[in-house]
Design a protein around this ligand. Structure first.
Ligand code: 1DX
Length: 184
């Protein structure tokens, strides 16, 4: 994945466990790079190793790391110059989810090595929809739970997500039942 992803993991790890904690994670993951370049494509394996090492260092499961990382990603990319691209995807949670494939298509025009997942929405109601997630990568579904949390923060709504179909357990693809409402 593009270095932007690894940089986001790095920033989250530094915030959680300090510069020394990040160094331990980097060493445990056997990552040689002193710094990642956002617009350079790196092997996916580096990201998986960082997630595994952060899990060991922070004493939480890799799935929990991915949830936290997904939530962090939404704010991180907005702050790192991709705010206009995010803003182009939509002004509300459902609009944004309906616009995600178009967002990735836009980024891919500039970054041809991007291998984005695809998100489809069905059963779109006033305050709920079913999000279908198709990824070229395994094991990233927990990150989607965090991405939805981060989008809830971005759009100022409370989001509830149920992982209704799990590819890892034999389903054709992952499905999330997403419900949102204005905070009390
Ligand atoms: F719900 O693979 C909200 O490298 C969501 O399944 C979901 O293949 C927001 F550095 C610039 C760059 C670059 C901008 F310049 C990416 F290259 C992309 C910014 C999407 C914001 C996908 C990142 C593929 C890298 C993938 C989890 C899990 C999608 C990460 C989240 C908005 C993004 O992101 C999986 C790659 C961007 C960029 C967004 C993604 C690659 C998402 C979301 N994906 C690179």
């Amino acid at each position: 994945m593009y270095g932007l992803v690894n940089k986001a993991v790095e920033e989250m790890a530094r915030a959680a466990s300090g510069d020394e904690g990040w160094e331990r994670i980097r060493r445990r993951a056997e990552v040689e790079e002193q710094a990642f370049i956002g617009m350079t494509a790196y092997p996916d394996d580096i990201t998986y190793r960082l997630v595994g090492a952060a899990s060991a260092e922070l004493g939480i499961s890799p799935e929990e790391v991915l949830v936290a990382f997904g939530e962090h990603w939404v704010r991180y990319t907005a702050e790192q110059g991709w705010g206009p691209v995010l803003a182009s995807a939509g002004d509300t949670l459902p609009e944004f989810l309906l616009g995600l494939d178009a967002l990735h298509a836009r980024v891919r025009l500039m970054m041809p090595a991007l291998r984005p997942p695809s998100f489809r929405c069905t059963d779109v109601q006033e305050t709920s929809l079913v999000l279908h997630y198709y990824s070229p990568r395994d094991g990233m579904a927990p990150m989607v739970l965090g991405l939805l949390r981060g989008l809830g923060v971005r759009f100022g709504v409370d989001v509830e997500t149920v992982h209704a179909a799990v590819k890892e357990q034999g389903a054709d693809h992952d499905e999330f039942l997403v419900t949102w409402h204005d905070p009390a």
